[in-house]
Design a protein around this ligand. Structure first.
Ligand code: NAP
Length: 293
């Protein structure tokens, strides 16, 4: 039986140390890290994500400024707000919760945020910096996944890591971080042939697909370490009438846990690490902008 990696406990620990650091930033430098969170429209999942992020900020002593905009907000209105926040030296981090309504181009939004305030790490300059190994703001989900991997495995050098998914926010930055740790990295995606065969060669398997419980026991080899990034809401079997739902990952946890050395659960794995790393990036941004090492 493999180890269930407790992402929630790790995230709580990270947040505790950030809280202490924030207290000393306030006391010694009169610096309270501040993040502006922008939510456009009524996507229910986005509302939950924003609520959780703001709650974590409050727990840690990070100031959060919320902007809730209607679903009819135009791209120009949103870009004007971002520019205002870019110019505001009291704001250290800017997060626009994605997805945005269809009249708004998400790439234009991401690239409008000043790179040094881009605590999500999605700006093209931050993505480029990561690709050439000069990390600035690293996207929160891959950063949190890497922290869990290093805590679990120590030195990752020489291991074969397979990343399922090649999105700009998870798959690609994850692959870059694994390369920086001297892994041999394979990225597979929807066009990959013999995907299960490739996955079976992985010492480390990161699943970031968005397909509930895609990865089964026969996709993995004995002793693999698995990071399940997926968050999928599915109906609980037998409750079709009431429509009761639960969250599952991209990995069939109950199947793989007997074969793997360690697996992150969903919920309670990568999700809490993503929020903790957003806090981490916000503190780092605040320090950098004010010249505190
Ligand atoms: P995405 O942008 O939709 O990318 C999904 C990737 O999976 C794509 O590269 C796609 O390939 C690939 N894919 C689709 N079907 C596949 C298949 N059958 N076999 C192999 N690869 C396949 O999704 P994302 O934003 O990266 O997110 C992935 C998952 O992580 C989602 O469940 C999301 O909710 C979750 N997520 C969780 C967190 C967290 O905090 N835990 C944060 C972000 C995302 P192509 O490129 O060929 O289309």
């Amino acid at each position: 039986m493999g180890n269930r990696i407790d992402g929630k406990a790790f995230a709580d620990q990270l947040c505790e140390s950030l809280k202490t650091e924030i207290e000393s930033l306030v006391a010694e430098h009169q610096l309270r890290p501040t993040i502006a969170v922008v939510l456009v429209g009524n996507d229910p999942a986005s509302h939950v994500y924003v609520r959780n992020k703001v709650r974590r900020c409050e727990q840690l002593g990070i100031e959060s400024i919320e902007h809730r905009l209607t679903s009819s907000t135009s791209q120009t209105e949103l870009l004007d707000l971002i520019e205002e926040m870019n110019q505001d030296s009291n704001i250290n981090g800017i997060l626009v919760q994605l997805p945005v309504p269809e009249q708004i181009d998400d790439k234009a939004v991401i690239d409008a945020i000043a790179p040094e305030k881009d605590v999500d790490g999605f700006h093209i300059l931050n993505a480029g910096a990561l690709a050439v190994g000069q990390n600035q703001m690293v996207p929160c989900t891959p950063l949190g996944s890497m922290m869990l991997l290093k805590d679990q495995l120590g030195d990752l050098s020489g291991m074969h890591a397979v990343v399922i998914g090649r999105s700009n926010i998870v798959g690609k930055p994850m692959a870059n971080l694994l390369l920086q740790e001297n892994c041999t990295v394979t990225v597979v995606h929807s066009r990959t042939k013999n995907i299960e065969e490739v996955c079976r060669t992985a010492d480390i398997l990161v699943a970031a697909v968005g397909i509930p419980q895609l990865v089964k026991a026969d996709w993995v080899k004995e002793g693999v370490t698995i990071i399940d990034v997926g968050i999928n809401r599915v109906l609980v079997e037998g409750t079709e009438e009431e429509g009761k739902s639960k969250l599952v990952g991209d990995v069939d946890f109950d199947q793989v846990i007997d074969k793997a050395a360690a697996v992150t659960p969903v919920p309670g794995g990568v999700g809490p690490m993503t929020i903790a790393c957003l806090m981490y990036n916000t503190v780092a941004a605040a320090k950098k902008q004010t010249g505190i090492s």
